[in-house]
Design a protein around this ligand. Structure first.
Ligand SMILES: C[S@@+](CC[C@H](N)C(=O)[O-])C[C@H]1O[C@@H](n2cnc3c(N)ncnc32)[C@H](O)[C@@H]1O
Length: 226
């Protein structure tokens, strides 16, 4: 009976677009200055991949729920997701965000300056190296959204940086736009999805985390450290 009810309640694939539009229109109020920067970034030769506004709002809600004061972000691009995280950052909080590509880093620097986001510590680095420099339990929120092939490494290096009770969010854990497989199990895309699935397995089997991916966008992992 319950299964039947659940099935009826699911949003059919062909309706997803209008449902997303409804959510974006009603719940995400992005200031013109941010939209303007987004248009500027789109006109540049950089990949257009950043999170959708409804996912940004989810980040904002989660940061607020955690009362997060120290946030670590892996994969800044030009700073769109950082802006969402910043919306609920405690007044005495900070966000450390790591970006490897110099042109992305420079754009993010301009964006944070234009938006007066003074509590952001933007670093031009390879996260795989930079993550070794932090103290254990330095952060109460970690958001991973960088090269999927490095997901297992990002997780291994950042899990000890998260406080007990802290939250981990990871983007693109189920598929990506280049997915050529028919099933979740046979996904093939340059090894990226397989690496994301490795991270999924680590979290599923971990005694230290309670985790579940949710089926929004290309799969968003939400986990808390025990
Ligand atoms: C999907 S984009 C991030 C989008 C951003 N989180 C948003 O939604 O606004 C991924 C970014 O991670 C960066 N990146 C990839 N591997 C990295 C690494 N090892 N260390 C730091 N940054 C990395 C890429 O250069 C790219 O800018």
């Amino acid at each position: 009976m319950l299964l039947c009810y659940t099935a009826v309640m699911e949003i059919p694939l062909e309706k997803r677009e209008q449902v997303n539009k409804y959510i974006v229109d009603k719940y995400t109020d992005v200031p013109e200055k941010v939209l303007e920067f987004e248009r500027r970034a789109k006109s540049l030769p950089i990949p257009p991949h950043h999170i959708k506004p409804q996912f940004g709002k989810l980040l904002q809600v989660l940061v607020q729920a955690k009362g997060a004061k120290s946030i670590l972000e892996i994969g800044t691009m030009w700073g769109y997701s950082t802006w969402w995280l910043y919306q609920s950052l405690a007044v005495d909080g900070k966000i450390v965000t790591l970006e490897k590509e110099l042109k992305h880093y420079n754009l993010a620097k301009d964006f944070f300056s234009e938006m007066d986001m003074s509590r952001v510590d933007l670093r031009h680095c390879d996260a795989l190296e930079e993550l070794k420099k932090f103290q254990p339990e330095e952060f109460d929120f970690v958001f991973i959204d960088a090269d999927k092939r490095e997901y297992p490494g990002f997780f291994q290096l950042s899990k000890s940086l998260l406080k007990s009770g802290g939250m981990l969010v990871v983007d693109n854990v189920i598929f990506s736009s280049g997915w050529k497989g028919n099933t979740v199990a046979d996904a093939v895309y340059d090894g990226r999805i397989k690496k994301a699935q490795e991270l999924n397995s680590m979290l599923a089997e971990s005694d230290d985390f309670i985790a579940v991916p949710i089926a929004i966008e290309s799969g968003v992992m939400i986990a808390t450290k025990k």
